[in-house]
Design a protein around this ligand. Structure first.
Ligand code: FES
Ligand SMILES: [Fe+2]
Length: 360
């Protein structure tokens, strides 16, 4: 398969695609475990949109524009924490964790305001499979069951809400499609990742299952060859494979070693040549011994190296080459079917006839 490099560099196309795919489809903005209890909150700016995620007293996760209804200041500046209410730093209007406008500083001098219509602006938000899904456009709704379809059955057993957050960081990377391409094939694992994640997986070997726009990649662990010696009745496949779940358009959940998991959320930047990736390292159990802690630190350092110093370092060279005009198109081999699917899915959503945000 080939696609013209305009798909990677054309600024107008980039703006249209980002608007369509990232502003109108459900995005997993956080893990449920990042909002552990009532009042837990998490703020972030996604594609320029200031978002406040907060778990209500009723246990439900909600999403709001993190913007004051008086004159628009950022209501909550802190990245994460727990609160009973949020007070705007500008004139101290105060909102509760369900977004309701609770009180206004010196309200009698200000005059009447209908509190019922001046709560924080809500974004559609639902939790499913241990993830908090949000649509970034106010007033737009989504059906998460329709969006995930059969993929929900694959995400469920990961039990993402039962892991523990070990580390979270943000990485600057190459453009959205250059970055994503690297998450969707094993062709580069021996050559680029020989010293990191490639030590644990069989390079250039992939079983792919697709679920509408979403994809599950199965890699073989290096131990896969041991099965050749064992009778098939004794095979325990879970020990010898590694699953990577990709939710369209920007989420990758990767179980690289049994007790560790890497969740990557790739967000396009303001121009086609840059992304910000939120990389979250999860541990099955919080390490209690120095050895366990060292193992988790090693995993975390390895995936940081693999993505920042290998994938994204090469991605930056691709990004420079794109503008040099050497390639008029990029090629995707038969061994890179998930990347092919990804680009086809982008094209399908951008087709003029496809105006329903949730159409698969
Ligand atoms: S802008 Fe928030 S209280 Fe004035
Ligand atoms: Fe990679």
């Amino acid at each position: 398969m080939s696609i013209p490099i305009e798909a990677y560099i054309d600024p107008a196309r980039y703006r249209a695609e980002v608007e369509r795919l990232f502003k109108h489809l459900p995005l997993a903005l956080a893990l449920s475990l990042e909002l552990p209890g009532p009042g837990s909150y998490r703020t972030m700016t996604v594609l320029g949109v200031p978002v406040l995620l907060v778990r209500g007293q009723d246990g439900d996760a909600r999403a709001f524009l993190n913007t004051c209804r008086h004159r628009g200041a950022l209501v909550c500046a802190s990245e994460r924490g727990s609160a009973k209410a949020f007070t705007c730093p500008y004139h101290a209007w105060t909102y509760d964790v369900s977004g309701k406008l609770l009180s206004r500083y010196s309200a009698d001098t200000f005059g009447e305001v209908d509190h019922a219509t001046h709560g924080l602006v809500a974004l559609a938000c639902v939790e499913r499979a241990g993830l908090v899904w949000v649509c970034l456009t106010p007033g737009e709704n989504f059906d998460i069951d329709l969006w995930l379809g059969d993929f929900a059955v694959q995400l469920g057993p990961l039990k993402l809400d039962q892991w523990h957050l070990f580390e979270q960081r943000e990485l600057t990377g190459p453009g959205w499609k250059v970055a994503l391409d690297g998450y969707l094939e094993a062709y580069h694992h021996n050559s680029l990742h020989g010293k990191t994640v490639g030590k644990f997986t069989v390079g250039n070997l992939l079983v792919l299952d697709t679920y509408g726009p979403h994809q599950r990649l199965t890699f073989g662990r290096k131990s896969l060859g041991e099965l050749l010696e064992a009778p098939e009745t004794d095979w325990d496949h879970s020990k010898h494979i590694r699953l990577i779940h990709n939710c369209f358009p920007n989420l990758s959940i990767s179980g690289i070693l049994g007790d560790h998991c890497l969740v990557s959320q790739i967000f396009p930047g303001t121009t086609p040549d840059v992304t910000v990736t939120r990389q979250t390292v999860l541990v099955h159990q919080n390490p209690t011994t120095p050895e366990a802690r060292a193992a988790s630190e090693m995993f975390s350092a390895m995936v940081l190296q693999a993505v920042r110093d290998e994938d994204y370092a090469v991605g930056q060279t691709i990004q420079s080459g794109l503008l040099a005009g050497a390639n008029k198109e990029f090629l995707f081999g038969r061994n890179e079917p998930a990347v092919q699917n990804y680009h086809r899915t982008v094209a399908r959503f951008m087709a003029p006839s496809n105006c329903d945000p949730q159409t698969k």
